[in-house]
Design a protein around this ligand. Structure first.
Ligand SMILES: C[S@@+](CC[C@H](N)C(=O)[O-])C[C@H]1O[C@@H](n2cnc3c(N)ncnc32)[C@H](O)[C@@H]1O
Length: 205
């Protein structure tokens, strides 16, 4: 049983209640680390998630298909559902998937959930193209950047948009340089919520 706390986050679509583990570090396990360096990053609410949730909440999504990658606690997914999107929240951590389902229920919004790793993405490719693919603070390891550069162009078509919020991590810089040099048009803005976080909007050329 995970000892949890609840907090409330004000968004343009209203206040969202979010439950998360009181102490993310207490979830570290040697077994988990040996298995793909599986760290409990899902258990924290990162600043980028709040920034992305604000961005998404200002959009009129009205039935648009929205996929969140590496959702953690799922605040941007809940914001997207409150803005009218049909949302699938995914993460490779089963605990994260359980947490986002519980948080969606707490806020009485419909958010579908699935355990999906970027290395085995069949379940989300089957449902492509997505209108929006969203993710916050997922570019913290070079291998993540590598996997997402390969995966993202298969998830959207030219009408689709990818929104990535990031606090300026080094692998994100490398990801953006390669995305711009490759298949993507990228527009980046500083989040009104946090001067450290940028929201990158990507569309296929
Ligand atoms: C730094 S946390 C950010 C969580 C959440 N998006 C936020 O901003 O609060 C990174 C998230 O990406 C997930 N993740 C990392 N590598 C992944 C992979 N290969 N496939 C799917 N999810 C992954 C982690 O489990 C974690 O939930």
């Amino acid at each position: 049983m995970i000892d949890s706390i609840e907090e409330r986050i004000a968004l343009p679509v209203g206040e969202v209640a979010l439950t998360r583990p009181r102490d993310a570090e207490a979830l570290l396990s040697e077994e988990g680390f040996e298995n793909e360096e599986f760290l409990p990053y899902w258990a924290e609410l990162w600043t980028s998630a709040v920034a992305l949730a604000h961005d998404v909440a200002r959009r009129s999504l009205r039935g648009a298909g929205v996929l969140e990658l590496g959702c953690g606690l799922g605040l941007p997914s809940i914001a997207a559902a409150l803005a009218g999107g049909r949302v699938l929240a995914t993460d490779w951590s089963a605990d994260a998937v359980r947490a986002v389902a519980a948080n969606a229920a707490l806020n009485e919004v419909a958010v579908e959930t699935a355990r999906v790793s970027w290395r085995e993405p069949d379940a989300i490719l089957e449902r492509a193209p997505w209108r929006y693919v969203i993710a916050s603070d997922v570019l913290y390891e070079p291998r993540n950047a590598e996997q997402l550069l390969e995966l993202l162009p298969r998830l959207v078509d030219r009408k689709g948009r990818v929104l990535i919020a990031d606090p300026g991590r080094r692998p994100a810089e490398e990801f953006l340089a390669r995305a711009c040099a490759g298949r993507w048009h990228v527009r980046s803005t500083t989040s009104s919520r946090s001067p450290r976080v940028q929201v990158h909007r990507l569309r296929l050329r």
